[in-house]
Write a protein that binds this ligand. Structure first.
Ligand SMILES: *Cc1c(COP(=O)(O)O)cnc(C)c1O
Length: 484
């Protein structure tokens, strides 16, 4: 039989117009946005690859589910539907809905971390680590070395290095380690998966020492697909079976439904231990809302209950990751340096390799994301030193080995033609890469600075116009770097 192309396993029922801007408009927009793509208005963007978070297209069934919202304050029927979906698909008996993933991270960190504790994890995630730190914990990266090498072809770059984990356990003692946080897949390593064997090894290691294992299950379905494709002996299992087995090797999970679960808002904390659940439900009323709605409307719970079941359908997940691979392979063919293997939710440009003329202090990835927007109206995001923030003890900038720009693909939103336009835009920028200018901070917020920071080109006079001007003037006096 001849090899046939695959196509998206859906057809389009509703369309949302998008439009292209001119280069001079975009030059102005990015300047007003302080060279931070998070501060652009979405109307100023042509193809929006900022994030796959909450940007998915919902199905006709999910929209129908929205109409079935039971907006009772307590005990909404949609909560029980969601609880059943999570039990069936992820296997966690106890569920606390939260407004999104970080709500669950907040509850879990407060629940398990005592000030002075240490939390190992496979590379940090911005909100996850911040909540661990705010609860008094210290994060330790125990991912394998290959994860920090954008060119390594290791099939499971998200794996935990058991020797690194063991060294942390020896240094601080198992009693000071409430849990190990295992992200599946690892967003900041480039959407890289963890193998089933590694999950099993971490689980046995931790069990023997009374340390809990908590999954960051945000993209666990995508991780399951990689296991099916790459891990010996897993090829004939369904993604749904693999996902259940992965979750079986954990005590609980935090989840951002805005990623895998195909909804625009929502998350949850999944647990098994009943005593812990009672405490988590009690914390939930303080920070999220009653434990049967957790900051969400009944209709949101229903959309997530349905989205969870759709997310594990084989043909869906194959086309989802297939589209990411299509874009990544086009860029690779043109010689653009990207993180390999290509990840599950995004193609990551290696900004450090692409812009060797810019020192790390000039934030090459931030500069590249801004330049890509000016080039083509495509919005991407920085994942490098700006996202890594400052060390809470020394106040110095953290410079992670990876200095990346993330082209994140929303689920079921764009077609292959959009991917062609994106690839052509990146390739033409790549051919003129020496023109990309470095950036410096003009405003640096204290928490998760990448969301709201503003920059100006290094050496260039700061040109301010539009509504940002007064804002700049107000913040510049205290906002220069190194103020801690
Ligand atoms: C998005 C994300 C979170 C946080 O979820 P939100 O819904 O954005 O609060 C946590 N972990 C990972 C790996 C994520 O990608």
């Amino acid at each position: 039989m001849s090899q046939r192309s695959w196509a998206e396993p859906w057809k389009i029922k509703v369309v949302e117009p998008i439009h292209m801007t001119t280069r001079s408009e975009r030059e102005r927009h990015i300047r007003v946005a302080g060279y931070n793509t998070f501060l652009l208005r979405s109307d100023e963007v042509y193809i929006d690859l900022l994030t796959d978070s909450g940007t998915s297209a919902m199905s006709d069934r999910q929209w129908a589910g929205m109409m079935m919202g039971d907006e009772a304050y307590a005990g909404s029927r949609n909560f029980y539907n969601l609880e059943k979906s999570v039990r069936d698909v992820y296997g966690y008996e106890e569920l606390i809905p939260t407004h999104q993933g970080r709500g669950a991270e907040h509850l879990l960190s407060k629940l398990l971390i005592t000030p002075g504790d240490h939390v190992p994890g496979n590379m940090y995630f911005t909100t996850t680590r911040l909540h661990q730190e705010l609860a008094g914990g210290t994060f330790h990266d125990v991912i394998i070395d290959e994860a920090h090498d954008p060119a390594s072809l290791h099939p499971f770059k998200g794996n935990i290095d058991l020797a690194k984990l063991d060294a942390i356990v020896h240094e601080y003692g198992a009693a000071r380690i409430p849990y190990v946080c295992v992200a599946v897949t690892v967003n900041l390593a480039g959407g890289q998966p963890v193998s089933m064997q590694n999950l099993l090894d971490v689980w046995s290691y931790c069990r023997a020492r009374g340390i809990k294992v908590m999954l960051d299950a945000t993209r666990a379905v995508e991780n399951a697909w990689f296991i099916q494709q790459r891990e010996v002996g897993m090829g004939d299992r369904t993604v749904a079976e693999i996902l259940r087995r992965m979750c079986d090797l954990s005590d609980g999970a935090t989840m951002s439904g805005k990623k895998d679960s195909l909804v625009n808002i929502g998350g949850w904390l999944g647990l098994r231990d009943k005593a812990l659940v009672a405490k988590a439900q009690n914390l939930a009323v303080v920070y999220e809302g009653l434990h049967t709605y957790g900051g969400l409307a009944g209709r949101d719970l229903e959309a997530m209950a349905i989205g969870i079941r759709e997310s594990v359908q084989e043909e869906y997940i194959r086309s989802r990751i297939g589209q990411v691979y299509y874009l990544g392979e086009r860029l690779q063919d043109a010689g653009v340096p990207i993180v390999t293997p290509i990840g599950g939710h995004a193609v990551f440009l290696d900004a450090a390799a692409m812009l060797p003329h810019l020192p790390r202090e000039q934030f090459p990835a931030q500069a590249l994301a801004a330049a890509l927007y000016v080039e083509s109206g495509v919005r991407a995001m920085e994942r490098g030193a700006v996202s890594a923030g400052r060390d809470p003890l020394t106040g110095h900038n953290r410079y992670p080995k990876l200095e990346l720009v993330r082209l994140t693909i929303p689920r079921r939103v764009y077609t292959q033609a959009h991917m062609d336009v994106v690839a052509e835009s990146v390739i033409s920028l790549f051919q003129e890469r020496e023109k990309v200018h470095g950036l410096q901070f003009i405003y640096e917020p204290e928490y998760l600075r990448f969301f709201q920071a503003q920059f100006a080109p290094v050496g260039a006079p700061v040109v301010l116009d539009g509504p940002a001007e007064a804002y700049h003037a107000a913040v510049r006096s205290f906002a220069l770097t190194g103020r801690r």
